[in-house]
Design a protein around this ligand. Sequence first.
Ligand code: ADP
Ligand code: MG
Length: 409
Amino acid sequence: MSFDIFNLSLELSKALEKNNYKTPTPVQKEVIPLVKTKQDIMVQAKTGSGKTASFVIPILETLKENKDNKKAKIKVLVLAPTRELTLQIAESFSTLSRFFPKVLSIVSVIGGEKIGEQLLKIQKGCDIVVATPGRLLDIIGKKQIDLSTIEYFVLDEADKMLDLGFVQELDEILKIIPKNRQNLLFSATYSQKVIDIASKITSNAVKVEIKDSTTHVEEITQRAIFVKKEDRSALLRHLIKENKFKSVLVFMANKRATDNIANKFIKKGYEAESFHGDLTQEERNLTLNDFKDKKIDILFSTDIASRGLHIDDIDCVVNFDLPRGTEDYIHRIGRTARAGKSGTAISFLDNENLSHFKLIEKRYNLDIKKEQIEGFDFTLLKNTKQKGTAPVKGKRKSKKDKLREQGLL
Ligand code: ADP
Ligand code: MG
C-alpha cells in the first residue's frame, strides 16, 4: 500500500518519494484521512510510529491551496515540549513542502536561541509556527504575534509536555488562541493526566489508538548483562567491537558522567560525544546533527534524548545506568529499530539495580535473559534471587506487609 490512497498532490507525493516514505505507517493510515474531515483528533501511538507526518501531510495539503501573495498569516500552531522536537517538526514541514509553488514560511519558536530573529520572521508573516510553550509565551507577552488566524492547533507529545510541567503555560496559550479551530493531539501514552489536558482543549475528539502490537519494540533485541560498575566502560567497548555496532546511543544517569565517559572514549580514539541539558542550543544541534550524519559513533546522553527524537539507524541503545522511571525504558530503547529496521538494546545490571530492572520487566511483560560475559567476572549476591522465585524485597517493609501486620490483609 502506498501513499497514493490519500490522493495527495503531485508536489507532496514527490517530496514523500524523495524522503523515502513509501508506505504510510498504521498511524498515518488512520490519521491522515481523519484530519481531512476537519474533526478534532486525539492520537495515542508509541514513539517511532510516525505521528509527525500523520499531521504534517494533511495540514500541508490544505495550505498548498493558498496561492495569494498577501503577507502570510499564521494558520498552524504546533506545540512541542522540547527544542529538539520543535526543530524536527519544523524540518518535517519544510522538507515535505519543498516542491510547493509557493514557499511556506515556517518559524521555530524556541528558547536557547536569540529571540530577535524569531520575532523578525514572525513579523514578516509566516504560515506555520512550531513552538515550545515557554518561548511562545515570551513572544505573546511582547505582543509580537497574532494568533487570531489559527486554523490548526497541534499538541505533540502531550504526555511529555505534562511530565515537564507545562500545564500552566498550556492553559495560558489556550486562552489566547481562537476557539474555532481544529485540534490535533498526540501522545505516546494515555494517562488520566493526558485525558484531563485533552478535555481542556477539545470535548469531542475522535480517539485513535494504535495498539502496541503495531509498534516496533518487537523488532528490538533486548539484552541484560551483569557487570561490575567499574567494568562497564570496558564491557561497552567489548560489545561495540564484538557486535560491530556503528551507531550507539548510551544513556547515563547524569550530565557529569556523560562528559567524563565521552572524554575517556575520545582519548581511546572513538568518535564520541556527550549530550545533555547544560550544553547550549547550538552545541546540542551540532552534536545531534553530527550523530545523525555518523560523524559521531557513540553518543553519551542523559534522558534528554530519550523521547521523540528521530535519529535513524542507531544500531544499539545502551542503558549504562538504568532509567529512573519504568516508562523511560521503553522511550530509551525506542531510539533504535526505527521505521522497520532492527536494533539492539542492552541494559547493564548489578546487584543494586536488579530489582529495579525486574520492575521494568514486570511493567512491560518482558522476560529478558540475564547474561554474563566471559572476561567480565561478576558475582550475583544470593538475596537478589533470579527469575522464577519470589520478587526481591528491600529492607523496608512493603505496603502489603504493613497492611498484613495491621490485620487488614
Ligand atoms: P513518533 O512521533 O510517532 O515518535 P516520528 O514521527 O518521529 O514518530 O517518526 C519516526 C521515524 O520514522 C522518523 O525518522 C520518520 O522520518 C520515519 N517515518 C515516519 N513515517 C514514515 C514512513 N511512512 N516511511 C518511512 N519512514 C517514516
Ligand atoms: Mg513525535
